[in-house]
Design a protein around this ligand. Structure first.
Ligand SMILES: Cc1cc2nc3c(=O)[nH]c(=O)nc-3n(C[C@H](O)[C@H](O)[C@H](O)COP(=O)(O)OP(=O)(O)OC[C@H]3O[C@@H](n4cnc5c(N)ncnc54)[C@H](O)[C@@H]3O)c2cc1C
Length: 302
């Protein structure tokens, strides 16, 4: 059956667009995790045929963007991983509306907007995700979030149809959208910005960049903030107050620079990171009665 599936896959994709047993650690910012049974990098037109093939051969599939919010199990992922990245990264602008394909990086879209003197997405310029991942996560920082700028999103639904959905149809909330539960694939987003002063836009982006560099352990692999912000608290502060600054499991560590970050300090495996996250949850709950919820998504087998 595998041969048959591959034969069909090769009819859809070029040789450099698919791989078997692909090492996932090179596709996620934690730099850990086992192999994906099938790994594909389709362009927009190829997604639907790949999905039909998966359904015909009963192969489970999942989508990743830039892998900056994912922890992949050390035993890898059975089924097919579809990367929406460089094969779909066009950005264009009409008036004050930016249209970006799902594989474009947020940083590229923010720079593009700045070049056009469009303001509104400076907050996103240092978030290392793709447009697709940022829409799914309703990514945000420094008082801004994607919800504020998304006008509409074009998705591919399970029936294989493209649908343009208004922002209100996406149930956007704190690090949440209804896209994963509907098994939709984000193809592109229209972002509503407004005319601004280019110097000020670039200045704000520089300012936020230096704040990140000063406060975040960007010299180590991580997935950013490991936990969502619990109502009424800050995750990093709770972790620090629980005495967990620098707490380590194997090669994984609660960052000494920013306790909200879990870092791959030294050759960590995903099991170390998962255990450390669980320990932090237990200890913070035991001391403060608050159960932290991971922001990082766990995928594959651990
Ligand atoms: C150093 C660092 C700093 C960070 N700072 C921030 C921050 O300030 N604010 C913030 O919100 N996040 C931050 N993050 C986390 C991360 O960058 C965001 O969550 C980002 O939006 C994830 O995008 P991605 O493309 O990497 O998605 P991935 O991690 O690849 O995937 C995340 C989720 O989106 C889904 N997905 C991705 N693309 C698509 C698509 N095209 N269609 C359907 N589903 C899709 C995946 O299935 C998965 O469920 C940070 C991460 C790092 C490493």
């Amino acid at each position: 059956m595998k041969e048959e599936f591959l034969k069909h896959l090769q009819r859809i994709l070029q040789e450099d667009q698919w791989a078997l047993e692909e090492d996932m650690s090179s596709h996620v910012t934690f730099r850990t995790g086992g192999p994906a049974e099938y790994y594909v990098r389709p362009n927009r037109r190829q997604i639907q045929p790949v999905l039909s093939l998966c359904s015909r051969f009963d192969i489970p599939w999942m989508v990743i963007g830039n892998g900056s919010n994912l922890l992949v199990g050390d035993r890898g992922i059975r089924g097919l991983v579809m990367e929406i990245g460089k094969m779909m990264d066009q950005i264009s602008v009409k008036g004050d509306l930016v249209t970006a394909e799902a594989g474009a990086l947020l940083s590229s879209a923010a720079r593009y907007a700045a070049r056009e003197s469009l303001t509104g997405m400076e907050f996103a310029s240092g978030i290392p995700g793709s447009i697709g991942g940022a829409v799914v996560m309703n990514a945000g920082a420094y008082g801004g979030e994607m919800k504020q700028i998304i006008k509409s999103v074009t998705v591919l639904n399970e029936a294989g149809q493209e649908r343009e959905l208004a922002a209100e149809e996406l149930d956007l909330g704190y690090r949440h959208s209804c896209i994963p539960e509907n098994h939709w694939i984000v193809l592109e987003a229209k972002l509503q910005l407004s005319k601004g002063n280019q110097e000020e836009i670039l200045g704000r982006m520089e300012e936020l960049k230096s704040q990140r560099m000063k406060k975040q352990p960007l010299e180590y692999p991580s997935a950013g903030s490991a936990f969502k912000r619990p109502k009424g608290y800050f995750a990093g502060k709770l972790i620090q107050d629980a005495g967990l600054r620098g707490y380590q499991v194997g090669g994984a560590q609660v960052s000494e620079k920013h306790c909200g970050f879990v870092i791959n300090k030294e050759k960590a495996v995903s099991k170390d990171i998962r255990q450390l996250i669980a320990d932090v949850q237990d200890q913070v709950e035991a001391q403060f009665g608050v159960r932290l919820e991971p922001e990082v998504k766990f995928i594959g087998e651990f």
